[in-house]
Design a protein. Sequence first.
Length: 417
Amino acid sequence: MFTATVRRSAAVLAAGVVLCTAAAPVAAASPAASASPSPELPAGLYGKADPAYDGVWRQSLALLALDTAGVTPADEAVDWLTGQQCEDGGFASYRADTGVKCDPKTQDTNATAMAVQALAALGGESATVDRAVDWLKEVQNKDGGWPYNPGNPSDANSTSVVIGALDASGQKVADVLKGSKSPYDALLSFQLGCDADEKDGRGAFAYQPDAEGGLVANDNATAAAALASLGSGHAVPAPKGDRPVEAPKCSGGDAEGFGSAEEAADAAAAYLVSRLKADGQHLSALQPGADKPAPDHGTTADAVLALAAGGHLEAAKAPAAWLGKNSSEWAKDQPAALGKLVLTAAATGGDASAHVEQLTALGPEPKAASEDAGNGDGQQEEAEDSSGSALWWIIGAGLLVGLVAGVVISLRGRNNK
């Protein structure tokens, strides 16, 4: 049961304690939203791990996921994120002391873009969002794309997350030009076209060209770019129907790609589906220090978002189901991971209530939650019936106890007369 439902039930029980002291243990058993933050970490931040490398990123994903699930985050959580912004509008991965002026070398496009996606979704922070978008436009490369840190060559992942930010903030992505180059010009330059064999990753994206200018398929870059090619950020609504995934139509070994950004996304989707099927509906990666690939939960989640954004609901549901069964250890106490699980559930019409509850426990107590927070299609009615039945049972019990108490008082009154 989602946290907000438990809290509402606890509130009813607490109110009824004057009628029945037996309700007190139930009220006391309602889960807290979070433990007290450790002295080393600022209040308002989600998670207890060192935020040096992912503070803004994980906070942004957490806030975006909660908003997608219908939860209104605490003001202090939003204030922490907006307080991380540098004077020129960009964000670093984490600023331990926001009173110290930002070092431009520490600012990165990924943290900035994800902060934009979260704050644009939450609303009420237009000034912060506008300044961040202006900064992103200022550091755009001549090829139309973005690097992780300004001044470096563009890469597919950074360009993708910025495209999501531009879309979330109401920008027309194709019109955000550096010279004559748009973000899509840069993004599609990383895709392996029809001149690539299927075994080499036709339709996939590379992170960056190699030293010789060649492109090597990269699952993580492909999942990010497939989503961005559709002009979408990480908050993806579940498709109303299903559009089957089709292999790209190639003739003559076209080295120029697949045409439009939408066609590029379809080609990337076909690549992702083939990779997912080959690996048991998840993607894998070679982790640092490992000698063989292991399941890559984060990239699998990104693939789910990309497939759902493309309307490929059935193709997205299979890896989403794998994540639901195999992510408990990966996501434990990890705001960014839990945020991705909430977003993938929302994108496929699944039930994210358990993940929402875990996520809220890692930060300040939210201000409010919608009645169906975290429940996907097919889950809302069941959740409402369950919470409603519990609520009426509590009210009924309270009324019964009140009635008995009234009778006892009445009898005592009669005996005293």
